[in-house]
Design a protein around this ligand. Sequence first.
Ligand SMILES: Cc1ncc(COP(=O)(O)O)c(C=O)c1O
Length: 502
Amino acid sequence: MGLDTGSTRSPKLDIGLDPNDRRPLYVQIADQLVEAVESERLRPGDRLPAMRDLAEQLDCALVTVSQAYDLVAARGRVTSRVGKGTFVSEAPAHNAEFARRWEPDVGRFARAERMEGVLEQLTRATVPGAITLAAGHPAPETFPLHDFGRAMHRTLLDDPPESMQYRSTTGDRDLCETLAGLLRTRGCNASQNEIVVCSGAQQAADLVANVVLEQRSVVAAESPAYAGTLGVFDARGVTYVEVQGDVDGVRVDDVERVFSEYRPRLFYLNPIAQNPTGAVLPQRRAKQIVALARRYDVVILEDQTGWQLTYDAAAPPPLASFDTDGRVILLESLSKSIFPALRIGYLYCRGTLNDALELAKVRADVFTSTLIQRALWRFMTSPSYARHVRAARTLYRDRRDAFMEALTEDLPWAGVRPPSAGVNVWLPLPPRISTRAAFEECAREGVLVMPADPFYPTRTGPPAIRLSFGNLPEREAREGVRRVARALQRAGATNAPAAAST
Ligand SMILES: Cc1ncc(COP(=O)(O)O)c(C=O)c1O
């Protein structure tokens, strides 16, 4: 290890690139740097080699080394000083001698919350009279509480006491059979023992991460994507590669580019009622993506939440219906189609993945409330269920149409595409308006919107906001859009005509 002049060490590093390694080059470099710090070959205060020198040494592009240094900085191991170089960070406090300042190391990824700042921003901006287009919540007037209450009552009266005993299965058999039956109507060859009932989609995603991912696994995700699931993956310390899409969801050519270049472990997408864009992935693309996953050995996690809220055509079959070797995991939450307080979601997949997920579920919380599962089964097998889904879809479709009419009138420059499903509209902003400026102008105007950044897997991307209309009566939604139009005009959307004040 050669030392630099002065007191700063700049050890020569023994780093190599392996063309057969599945990790992207920059991840390989970053992992070796982190390992050098952890094994103390690099010590606090040491300077990393100049990027150009390392790129030359490794015979790779400068940008590859630069991405690697960024990644190591993001992992908290080095800091860059402008004009001086990149230095190994001081050892974290827990390595210091035990002292009163000791605090548990909860890990960088647990602290770096994806929604950090956004929730505070929303709370600060919530004033009396503010209209919120920020929360993609379902409409409580659709919640089938009366019918569910009857199902719950019957469960308590009619089910034998043993059914409320500790369970050895990972889902109530009757409910699993009902869920599998619904999947069969959608082209999946599903059986009840391939379902794992979970405490909401959030736990389902966590179990998948638990089973499939390791620290630094490469995860491909559509961009933008549902931030709740991304937050789960963040906590594992994964590296993201973003897959680009168009109005119909992810583009197959980009899926192939990402699979072949990065060999991700997992690909996460939300094919129907895509949150936040509302896109519906055509069946042809779904089939091609499963074929690509097979070719490049990628596990797919498809989030089918919202498949019942398609407005213009029947929902296409899930990717799982094209799966031939048990590499597609289907996840669905019933929060949107029934109500969130159920905290019911499920996973469907086959073979060894299914076995591993069942074990992970038992480790996590043994089983999800049988009381709720049994009542849900009664509700879902009663005529009330189909009626409820029809009524909810009609209400949301009417709200979507009115919302789109308001957007077309008040923000004609935006050219927003109507979502084919779900309760969200994605509004890309002109490049001269930052997401933050749009958020703040909207808040000043008395309307809350969701900033784009948490939806980007890498947390940065083109300026945009998400507007959710599901939980707003039409009159309020229209007024919300008027306020957004006025705010964006003030923020600099020059072609925006002034929306009438009310
Ligand atoms: C795509 C998607 N998946 C999952 C969820 C949440 O599911 P749960 O309430 O079951 O955690 C949502 C809620 O907004 C969602 O939009």
